[in-house]
Design a protein around this ligand. Structure first.
Ligand SMILES: [Zn+2]
Ligand SMILES: [Zn+2]
Length: 374
């Protein structure tokens, strides 16, 4: 007997089918017959960026992961723009997302498990009421303490209608062309914003590199980062989900990270969390080691290579561990003792030694890996 399909979520299905249909029919037709002007495109762009950042910087990094804290006005601003993104309330979104991280790739508990295929993880999970997608909010109790989150959840429908329809209509009316803003900043923006976000759950679990963890499907994808305000560095994100950044390198394209940082300078966000570069290196090293071990096993090289790999890996791993442990003491001493204090002087010397050891082991590890690859 064929498996019974999960019941359709009629409202979601209606929104997620009619808006793309309008975006590929009425939106271009209006453009052809009437045309869009600079004002309409500017509002489209503004809505695009603000709804995108509401999801990435606030729904995702602030509320779902608590990667930083923020001022009431900051939270209120993004809660309103988040409602405009029409991806459900913060509570629903964060509850699903926390389950996604906690049970990643587990078909029975990850609401958008990539193991169930592209379609399911992209949009299928929203169209039907699957058991894996049921929220009971038990994992977002902390967020219920936030009055902004409670308010947004209570008035979500009104906020969504006002921001998606009423505001674009008013702007169009004020501009003297009623429908242009609605079609661009309302319909087209909504569809693009939806699918750019959905790509994080689908494509970012299929296509890209795995530099920081290899025990789940999440990938780092530079192209996707460009369309998703920095969320394409998804392998890194699944490894360090509490980092306020997704692109950990300063040159990684991650506008959400820049907005959060900029807000901290203005006093609107604070307590920004991030791991040290050494911690990131430790994660990266583990993946390199696993990969090299696999390559040796596949090439059926002699056990001598396995032994060399193991030795090189352990040396760098321990050198990093020693330095990480030392850094904690060092930070404490640095804050409590003056520069000339004998204990601080000794520790400074020790720190230099540990650093030089790491450098040395890194060089050895690099050389060993290129030998294996050759
Ligand atoms: Zn993911
Ligand atoms: Zn996340």
């Amino acid at each position: 007997m064929p498996e019974q399909k999960a019941p359709l979520n009629k409202l979601n299905a209606l929104i997620l089918t009619t808006t793309p249909l309008l975006a590929v029919s009425v939106v271009p037709y209006y453009g052809y017959r009437v045309g869009y002007d600079g004002f309409e495109w500017s509002v489209f762009f503004l809505f695009m960026v603000l709804t995108g950042l509401a999801i990435t910087a606030a729904y995702h990094r602030l509320w779902s992961h608590k990667a930083y804290e923020a001022h009431f006005l900051y939270r209120l601003f993004w809660a309103i723009w988040g409602a405009c993104a029409l991806q459900n309330s913060v509570l629903h979104w964060a509850s699903d997302h926390r389950n996604h991280h906690r049970f990643v790739d587990r078909d029975d508990r990850d609401p958008y498990s990539a193991k169930r295929g592209f379609w399911f993880s992209h949009i299928g999970w929203i169209l039907r009421k699957y058991d894996s997608g049921q929220d009971d909010f038990s994992n977002v109790k902390d967020l219920m303490a936030d009055p902004v989150v409670r308010w947004q959840h209570k008035y979500y429908i009104y906020l969504a209608v006002v921001t998606n329809l009423v505001v674009p209509l008013l702007l169009g009316y004020w501009h003297g062309k009623l429908w242009g803003v609605v079609l661009l900043a309302g319909v087209l923006r909504l569809v693009l914003n939806h699918h750019f976000t959905f790509l994080i759950n689908s494509l970012a679990h299929i296509w890209g590199g795995q530099s920081y963890a290899d025990d789940h499907t999440a990938r780092d994808n530079y192209l996707l980062a460009f369309f998703t305000y920095g969320e394409g560095f998804h392998n890194y994100h699944h490894r360090f989900q509490w980092d306020y950044r997704n692109g950990a390198k300063w040159w990684h394209f991650d506008p959400a990270k820049w907005v959060i940082k900029l807000s901290s300078w203005l006093g609107l966000s604070y307590g920004l969390k991030r791991p040290s570069n050494l911690k990131i290196e430790q994660a990266h090293l583990k993946v390199q080691y696993n990969r090299a071990k696999k390559a040796i096993a596949q090439s059926q090289a002699s056990s001598h290579w396995i032994q060399r790999l193991e030795e090189g890996y352990q040396k760098l791993r321990l050198a990093l561990e020693d330095l990480v442990a030392f850094q904690k003491q060092w930070v404490e001493v640095k804050h409590t003792q003056r520069k000339t204090h004998p204990e601080r002087v000794v520790m400074k010397k020790r720190r230099a030694e540990l650093k030089s050891n790491v450098k040395h082991r890194r060089r050895e590890w690099r050389a060993l890996r290129s030998e294996i690859a050759a």
